[in-house]
Design a protein. Structure first.
Length: 275
């Protein structure tokens, strides 16, 4: 279902009932529907309209109530089905008509999710908003790959970094990142993987630092590949990784094999089914 065009005049309409609706900015987590919070489920079930992103998994979409109107408003690389400014005004207009909206985003709405941008516009138009945090990809996908973000003696912190900037360039503080001694997690960085690897090693990060690529994290289609920061570009090409993929760099990646649990969980399920 496509979204209709919104004019400035439309955004000034008020609900015939005289009561405005509200918008819940909801995090859907990284893909596994069982990672949805109870509050997220409640927002989905009580909404008059659900606006969902590209990274909201098929399994989560299957939970949408059959009677609720849903509209896909997702964004892929160089493919935005609706400009962000138009989407903001659409939510304002529909809320003023009295609809309760669930704005459903992959991960967490306040971690590279533009949730704060949308909330600023909604507040400017006096639309009531609720924020429902979600499991962000950095913690969800790494946990499903057996990679802790922190570990005593290996990493005292973690840093989340976007691999996609408005000007198309990764204008980051590479010297600081290379010497931060944190676990580095890059979102939306698959297309810039060669640059990320080259810049970090050029500025002092050991080329043999453990690193991992996680594709479709927390879903049945999850794939993870472990190497070093210097071999990441080769791994991505060899295995033909596609978005969404997370890049994880740091000593904690060395624990992935020891802490792996998903294969064991699946084996246990298979054993129970065959019993």
């Amino acid at each position: 279902m496509t979204i209709e065009l919104i004019t400035k005049a439309q955004t000034q309409r008020t609900s015939q009932a005289g009561q405005a609706g509200q918008v819940a900015l909801v995090g859907a987590g990284p893909g596994d529907p069982e990672l949805l919070t109870l509050k997220a489920i409640k927002a989905i079930e009580s909404a008059d309209l659900i606006l969902f992103d590209n990274l909201v998994s098929t399994e989560i979409r299957a939970l949408f109530p059959a009677h609720t109107k849903t509209i896909y408003v997702g964004k892929k690389k160089a493919d935005h089905c609706i400009p962000q400014d138009q989407l903001n005004l659409f939510m304002v207009d529909k809320a003023k008509q009295g609809l309760n909206i669930c704005r459903l985003k992959g991960g967490d709405p306040f971690v590279f999710g533009r949730g704060s941008e949308e909330q600023l516009v909604l507040h400017a138009h006096d639309i009531k908003t609720t924020i429902v945090p979600g499991v962000t990809a950095a913690s969800g996908c790494t946990a499903y790959a057996g990679i802790p973000l922190t570990h005593r003696g290996l990493s005292t912190g973690c840093t989340f970094i976007t691999g996609h900037l408005k000007n198309g360039k990764l204008d980051l503080n590479w010297p600081q990142l290379a010497h931060l001694d944190h676990t580095l997690v890059f979102y939306m960085g698959l297309g810039k993987l060669a640059e990320i690897s080259e810049q970090l090693t050029r500025h002092g990060l050991d080329a043999n630092t453990p690193a991992a690529l996680i594709e479709n994290g927390s879903t049945p289609q999850q794939r993870e590949f472990v190497g070093t920061v210097s071999t990441l570009p080769t791994l991505a090409i060899e295995h033909q990784l596609k978005s969404p993929s997370l890049i994880v760099i740091g000593s904690v990646v060395s624990l992935a094999e020891k802490l792996s649990w998903r294969d064991l969980e699946q084996a246990t399920k298979n054993q129970a089914l065959s019993a």
